[in-house]
Design a protein around this ligand. Structure first.
Ligand SMILES: NC(=O)c1ccc[n+]([C@@H]2O[C@H](COP(=O)([O-])OP(=O)(O)OC[C@H]3O[C@@H](n4cnc5c(N)ncnc54)[C@H](O)[C@@H]3O)[C@@H](O)[C@H]2O)c1
Length: 360
């Protein structure tokens, strides 16, 4: 069952289409939200999560799909923004049949929406979904996929950080700077490698003993500290949140000593207004959705038939986009987060409008 929903809530939020999907036999309950197809088919991952209520699931789908439209626009992709949520506990409810039922609903949208991995869904799940639909990315390399997207996510974050360094100190390098990474997970590990290669001193923290052990054995020069609080209050030039969202809140921004914040974590600003607080403290914040777009760039490349070098070139451009946003922020006298939104909206409007030219 696919139902097109148009309520006041969705009208106000501005989404194009929201589809509710149900398959009673497998227990599938999913919501596919398409915010915009102005630039092309909507791309965004599928979150599999035990939401408290249907309302919470819908709200998450609406917010996440809007975020993807902005991220994809600034990544220079010919893709719009969408996202899907499966309402359930992945540990209990995930099955081949459920994922394939979901894949059939994705297929039924006939290419208006491409899915990918997100919280609770993984590369092998995309391979299963791909048995029912062509409109899936983030598959395994054996199935023509891009594999682990954290490789180019880290590369893109590094490029954004280089742009911020140039904007702040005049040179596009982290050489001689002290960079603090919170979270040595899939992305944080690659990022640490790029920074060390560039000549930066890396300070890091991670709650996982395995990640700490990785640092001790792979890069013994990494200075490990106890927790994120110890990290942000230490003498840093750059802070890179690479763990969970909400790293920048009233308390952390008040004591943060870094001049730049550039990291992979999604939704780093705990609430609206934090971007102004950062500006008041003279801290340059590169919006998370701009610098962490390497992952979506990597999986989007699958649509053309995955080519790592082509995807890496595109992710390298995160340097130029970040520089452009920082200049626009200065020119317009607004925080970079506002400048980034303006640039994304401009591209969606200007390039999206071209479809009105009749091709005959
Ligand atoms: N992987 C990607 O391609 C990608 C793309 C875009 C955005 N992101 C975002 O980047 C972030 C990191 O992604 P990832 O794929 O590396 O995830 P991950 O789960 O592999 O790594 C997260 C790491 O953070 C650590 N951690 C958790 N809580 C912590 C805390 N309080 N203090 C210190 N460390 C803590 C974990 O132990 C883990 O090692 C996430 O917010 C993710 O949404 C990832």
């Amino acid at each position: 069952m696919g139902v097109f929903v148009s309520s006041d809530g969705i009208e106000a939020a501005g989404h194009e289409q929201v589809v509710f999907c149900q398959d009673r036999h497998t227990g599938l309950k999913a919501i596919i939200s398409i915010y915009s197809t102005a630039l092309g088919p909507a791309l965004g991952g599928t979150r599999f999560y035990p939401y408290e209520s249907e309302e919470a699931a819908v709200t998450d789908a609406l917010n996440l799909s809007r975020g993807m439209a902005y991220k994809n626009a600034l990544a220079g992709l010919d893709l719009g923004g969408g996202k899907a949520v499966i309402w359930g506990d992945p540990a209990l409810d995930k099955s081949e049949a459920l994922l394939r039922a979901y894949g059939r609903f994705v297929e039924s949208l006939n290419g208006r929406y491409y899915t990918a991995c997100d919280v609770g869904t993984y590369v092998p799940d995309m391979d299963v979904i791909a048995r029912e639909t062509r409109y899936v990315t983030g598959r395994s390399v054996e199935h023509g996929g891009a594999g682990d997207s954290s490789v180019l996510t880290a590369w893109g974050v590094f490029q954004g950080m280089r742009a911020a360094a140039e904007h702040t100190w005049g040179r596009p390098t982290l050489s001689g700077r002290r960079v603090g990474i919170a979270g040595l997970g899939k992305v944080g590990k690659y990022l640490a490698g790029h920074l060390i290669e560039d000549g930066a001193a890396v300070v890091a923290t991670d709650v996982s003993p395995a990640a700490q052990e990785w640092a001790r054995t792979t890069h013994p020069q990494i200075d490990l500290v106890d927790d994120a609080q110890a990290l942000i209050t230490s003498d840093l030039d750059v802070y890179a949140p690479c763990a969970l969202g909400g790293a920048l809140n009233d308390d952390t921004v008040a004591v943060l000593r870094a001049k730049i914040v550039t990291g992979a974590a999604n939704n780093q600003l705990a609430h609206p207004g934090i971007e102004k607080l950062l500006e008041e403290r003279g801290i340059l914040y590169t919006p998370d959705y701009v610098v962490n777009a390497g992952g979506v760039i990597q999986v989007a490349d699958e649509i053309e038939g995955f080519n790592f070098e082509r995807a890496k070139l595109r992710a390298t451009k995160i340097f130029d986009t970040t520089s452009q946003i920082l200049r626009l922020a200065d020119d317009d006298g607004v925080p970079p987060a506002v400048a980034a939104d303006r640039l994304a909206e401009r591209r969606m409007a200007e390039v999206g409008r071209l479809r009105s030219i009749y091709l005959g």
